[in-house]
Design a protein around this ligand. Structure first.
Ligand SMILES: [Zn+2]
Length: 386
């Protein structure tokens, strides 16, 4: 495993690091103070969601997202590529071929309907960089085109060709916006945000390799494992084909130069993170701990929960309990005995009470469950960094 210190204008990111998703500028159900209290030091936000809801020009008036959010620690922004991909697929599902007229991806960029106001919007590599520049993120991302993992070979090939072109245009725009030359980019004395590019290629090892090589030739600070997330369902479970992805993730990590940041996007469950850390990946983001919390799936240390248990050489083992289950109706114990988060500590709540709050969808219950799950992830990362 690797330990790195990534310097940014808003502080150092110590890796391996887990960054929760502040999709619309907030980590769902909790405040930034809550996040800091459970050990969250950096976060990811979603470029396109912020652009569609508020517009980056609006954020710029406040001096950037750090000031607007009131969060003075590192922020990473995605490229918007995955959100466009999701919007277009959702529209096609709903309106079939008719949706093709308004939702199009060409070499120039992506046209899509903003679901908030029905207006047609356009996102190109250059526009994505301008938005992220206006937001003032510490780490930005080159626009990418995700493909379905199991898409036909011709689609995957076309996808990585376009992905590389877009990465090239993204970097050109990034340099222009920051008034930098190629030489400046490689000069460690010059302070600037970092930029990552997303390795695509679906399930195909050879195409992943081609994509990685082409992006490395262009030169970025960070290389991301892209595509449709490994866990995009409401699930804490592992996908059945986990072995295959472990092999793919390992081989892609080996392609990325030692001195560059390796970001496994959308990873993942605690076991996936442990696996990826042991195989050379540095940073991770996932909605799993926060989304699972709202559905009553809670991570507990060394418990005897009914669902899940792993043990690896770090001897980290955990269970997942579903707090809404009837068996917790009279359970007066804390969520997790070894946890000292606000939900479990001295003034914490019983499982029975939290079960009640989650069952009636009470925000206070979502908050406590989210605090607990994020605390679990923070502690896991701390153990991995030791
Ligand atoms: Zn707890």
């Amino acid at each position: 495993m690797r330990k790195r210190k990534i310097k940014t204008k808003h502080g150092v990111i110590q890796t391996p690091a887990f960054l929760p998703d502040a999709t619309y500028g907030s980590i769902k159900s909790i405040s930034f103070d809550d996040a800091k209290n459970v050990g969250i030091k950096e976060l990811v936000t979603t470029t396109l969601h912020i652009e569609n809801k508020l517009g980056s020009e609006y954020i710029k008036k406040f001096g950037g997202i750090h000031k607007f959010f009131g969060w003075n620690r590192p922020i990473l922004t995605d490229s918007g590529g995955f959100q466009v991909f999701s919007l277009i697929h959702a529209a096609r599902k709903k309106a079939g071929k008719r949706a093709e007229l308004n939702n199009k991806i060409t070499d120039a960029g992506c046209s899509f309907i903003n679901p908030d106001n029905g207006q047609t919007k356009f996102l190109s590599p250059e526009i994505s960089q301008i938005i992220q520049f206006n937001l003032g993120a510490d780490i930005v991302t080159a626009l990418d085109e995700p493909t379905q993992r199991d898409a036909p070979l011709s689609v995957l090939k076309k996808g990585i060709r376009r992905n590389t072109q877009w990465a090239k245009r993204s970097k050109k725009k990034f340099l222009e916006l920051h008034d930098l030359s190629e030489n400046d980019f490689d000069d460690p004395k010059i302070k600037r945000p970092l930029i990552g590019a997303v390795i695509q290629g679906g399930n195909n090892f050879k195409l992943r390799e081609e994509s990685a090589k082409q992006l490395i030739d262009i030169g970025f600070d960070m290389y991301n494992f892209g595509g449709v997330p490994l866990h995009n369902r409401l699930s804490w479970k592992n996908d059945a084909n986990k072995g295959f992805f472990n092999e793919l993730l390992t081989s892609v990590a080996e392609l990325i130069p030692e001195d560059k940041i390796r970001y496994a996007m959308g990873v993942g469950t605690p076991d996936d993170i442990i696996f990826c850390v042991q195989n050379g990946w540095d940073i991770f983001d996932t909605v799993l701990p926060t989304r699972n919390a709202r559905h009553g799936y809670l991570y507990v240390d060394m418990g005897k929960g009914e669902n899940h248990k792993i043990k690896d050489k770090h001897t980290i083992s955990y269970d997942v309990i579903h707090i809404k289950a009837k068996k917790y109706e009279f359970d007066e114990r804390a969520i997790s005995e070894n946890c000292d988060c606000e939900a479990c500590g001295e003034n914490g709540v019983t499982r029975a009470y939290l079960r009640h709050l989650i069952r009636i969808k009470e925000p206070a219950g979502f908050r406590l469950a989210t605090i607990h799950n994020l605390h679990f992830y923070s502690k896991l990362m701390l153990q991995l960094r030791k």
